[in-house]
Design a protein around this ligand. Sequence first.
Ligand code: FES
Length: 170
Amino acid sequence: MLQILPATVAEEGAELVAAIDALVARHGAKRGALLPILQDLLAERGEISHLAMQVVADRLGAAPSEVQGVVTFYSFLGVDRRGRHVIRLCRTLSCVMAGARDVAAALEVELGIPFGGTTPDGAFTLEWANCIGMCSTPPALLADAKALGGVTPAHVREVIRALRAAGVPA
Ligand code: FES
């Protein structure tokens, strides 16, 4: 039976396809462009939906399962909607020993969300990360793409303020 999609769903789908086509035009319709296309798509839309994975696969001549495998392998890409800013706190041993849990608690209080959550205004997502290569200055976090070491609970408010001031990351 023919299923008629609501106009808004159809419009969103058309908008998504147009966005993906623009990224394919920018990066090229080749397998090697898969990661940059997915990264840009995530930056633009805040998520990589299953429809998006299918469209990207179609445009690059790849299997949808291949695209899904990349998205899930690179946890930074993920498939869930994220905030405009993502704070990823390292939870590997050196950082935990240096007080990452206290930093985590301060982040949760300051943003009012648990790890894995996104603020209702869509501004921030809190996530855990494994070692981000800053083990010499723990605890460490990624504030969007910027790595910060020696973070204490007292720094948390400043980190959030700086991200808010930076606007939407490029
Ligand atoms: S253990 Fe945290 S950055 Fe390496």
